[in-house]
Design a protein around this ligand. Structure first.
Ligand SMILES: C=CC1=C(C)c2cc3[nH]c(cc4nc(cc5[nH]c(cc1n2)c(C)c5CCC(=O)O)C(CCC(=O)O)=C4C)c(C)c3C=C
Ligand code: FE2
Ligand code: FE2
Length: 346
């Protein structure tokens, strides 16, 4: 069998036009693993409420971060794809879960090169129903319908892999070099609390309190909150950060349900009000800089911080197309290529 790789990221609208943003948000938010309510309620909520106002607002936000070459997330993902391709001997394609660069096109591109054994690499360090799971489910649907003879394996979340932690820690220490700062905030994309309970394979572990995510459990393989807290902990250990000089929060809340807490915007405000004047923020749930890091954090977050007296607000770039990150992914691909992948990837 001929092996190949499909890197998969979230996606972006085709342009910053409100109609393109609306089309993209419709596909994204109608995904039952993103807004996980019955279909009739999702239609009412997404098409009846959110899509009436959000696309214009989001289009304006995309305009603030858009590059001449296009969406930062897509451009960066392409650069990463090229670097990974330079490091391995098998074909590497790129696709997005939402938008025009579809998973179907990505799989077809590999099939056209004779590939019939694919490693799907979700570009998310932490597992979530709205990220890794929706990619895996969609890929399986496409396999059944269009590529029935293809063998497909998915790379599990790499939130605690020593090599990944080393690279993330290095990227942070590079940003901190020569910087006099008082607090480092780890801000992860949020999800509704309900998503955490739904992903609990034990059906009894996740309480979303201060104990469950630090008590060993089989549930952690699919617990986004555990995986985020673990990434923070491992980086804290690697950088020898002192208690009280760092914290973890969750950003990008949408709607009225309770999401994972503490919320990033309120945390930035609280830090500023408590007298912190120089803060640094890192966003480990995002592999590529995107709307959520370049606009929500670097622009809106900085504004909140300054409003409450903060002076210096520094953002750590995502891993993007760093050479060491591309080599890490190439290493994972090689492990799968060389060893029988059913044994290599748990
Ligand atoms: C119910 C809504 C959402 C869930 C759940 C969610 C989870 C989730 N998302 C990411 C990564 C990204 N999200 C991005 C943008 C974005 N996310 C939502 C909503 C949910 N995300 C919306 C509505 C948007 C669009 C922008 C906006 O209108 O504010 C992006 C950026 C895309 C880009 O083009 O730059 C990323 C990346 C993760 C990792 C995650 C769960 C863990
Ligand atoms: Fe999101
Ligand atoms: Fe938990």
């Amino acid at each position: 069998m001929k092996k190949g790789v499909l890197l998969v990221n979230l996606g972006s609208p085709d342009s910053t036009d409100t109609k393109d943003v609306k089309r993209y948000l419709d596909e994204f938010l109608m995904d039952p693993r993103v807004i996980d309510v019955p279909r009739w309620a999702r239609i009412l909520l997404v098409r009846g409420i959110i899509l009436n106002t959000r696309p214009k607002q989001s289009a304006a936000a995309y305009k603030r971060i858009w590059w001449d070459e296009g969406s930062p997330l897509i451009v960066i993902s392409r650069r990463l794809q090229k670097k990974v391709q330079d490091n391995v001997t098998l074909p590497v394609a790129l696709a997005m879960r939402y938008g025009s660069l579809t998973l179907k096109k990505g799989l077809q591109e590999l099939r056209d090169q004779g590939v019939d054994d694919v490693l799907v690499v979700p570009l998310y360090p932490q597992f979530a129903m709205a990220t890794t799971e929706t990619i895996n489910v969609k890929v399986e649907e496409l396999r059944k319908e269009f590529f029935p003879t293809m063998e497909i394996t998915s790379l599990p979340a790499f939130y605690n892999q020593p090599e990944y932690i080393k690279i993330l820690s290095k990227s942070i220490s590079e940003a901190l070099e020569g910087l006099d700062y008082e607090h480092l905030l780890f801000s992860y994309h949020g999800v509704p609390e309900r998503h955490i309970r739904k992903s609990d394979i034990t059906r009894s572990h996740c309480k979303i309190d201060n104990t469950c995510c630090v008590t060993p459990s089989a549930a952690h393989r699919f617990c986004y909150r555990h995986q985020c807290l673990e990434t923070t902990k491992l980086v804290v250990d690697a950088l020898n950060l002192q208690e009280g000089t760092y914290s973890t929060s969750f950003q990008s809340r949408l709607g009225f349900d309770p999401w994972l807490q503490p919320y990033t915007d309120r945390t930035i405000e609280r830090l500023g009000k408590s007298g912190i004047r120089k803060m640094v923020i890192v966003t480990p749930a995002f592999v590529s800089d995107c709307l959520e890091t370049l606009e929500e954090i670097a622009m809106e977050g900085e504004e909140i911080f300054h409003e409450v007296g903060g002076k210096e607000f520094t953002t750590v770039p995502c891993l993007n197309d760093r050479d060491d990150f591309a080599s890490f992914l190439a290493g994972k691909i090689d492990e799968w290529r060389i060893v029988d992948h059913k044994n290599a990837i748990a």
